[in-house]
Design a protein around this ligand. Sequence first.
Ligand code: BGC
Length: 352
Amino acid sequence: MNKKILGVMLSAALAASMCVPAFADDAAKKVGVSMPTKDLQRWNQDGANMEEQLKAAGFEVELQYASNEVDQQQKQIETMINNGASVLIIAAIEGSSLGTQLQMAKDNDIPVIAYDRLLMDSDAVSYYATFDNYMVGTVQGNYIVDALDLENAEGPFNLEVTAGDPGDNNARYFYQGAIDVLQPYIDAGKLVIPSGQLEFTDVATPTWGTDVAQKRAEDILSSFYADGTNIDVWLCSNDSTALGVENALAANYNGNYPVITGQDCDIENTKNMIAGKQSMSVFKDTRTLAAQVVKMVGQILNGEEVDVNDTETYNNNVITVPSYLCEPVFADVNNYEELLVESGYYTADQLA
Ligand code: BGC
């Protein structure tokens, strides 16, 4: 069979399987996809899935990564607009730093989808597609409640907290979801925090950097645990920060190994889960999110009603952005094979 026909058939089959409305216009429309960085594993997956699925649905794609540099992302978005993008999909480095570019998109009638992270302080955001960020936190919090049997055990257990980047609107949702679950046990004295650091601003990790999280964890371990005090649980908002904590523990701690949470099922962290160095992660299947966003793009460009399932939660300080929230899934050493390997997300070799 001729390659082009095969390609069209595959695109049609994929589009049908994802319920992407066939694109009405004959000319391929260009979609600009702006990702924050190639440094963290998840954005590479997001970018690759998005590119593959958009192309399969018949769109032209301009995909750019911004090295976690805000001005680079600003320039890349401006270029996408100048290159004639019909829709922009943006995962912001810093949610509130793209006002000028968003206004520029609006002036050019280009709809903008905030991808995974909400775009803040602008009315030029058409839709938001993400995972339920608060639920990510509650999954982590509930895991800790079960792992330490906080309902029944007397404790007290020593807890430390490492949260995400204050420039990322998601970070507070993850944090709050987990803290809302844990707060009653903190109030009851079952969980105590030897460092005394619990406020979001005290536990945040600018840039989500592994090195940043590691440095803070090293400081905490040397100041509060060097005398042999055990740490029972370290709530980490995601995998890049969990990795920093795990590195710090490996080099600076000899006590009982704590319960550690994470998010994303990054390869390094999944390996650590298998090796018993991380207790759980939250799996956000980036294929699901990409499929949802591709569907949105098709609906927007076809002038159809756009699927959303939340019109109340995500206010960006100017408007409440209609959102589609995908469901995050709990992952640990017992279900990772089914979730990550059998589903084709990773090969067994990648985790070996
Ligand atoms: C994403 C997380 C990710 C973090 C760091 C957040 O916005 O939702 O999945 O771990 O950024 O990249």
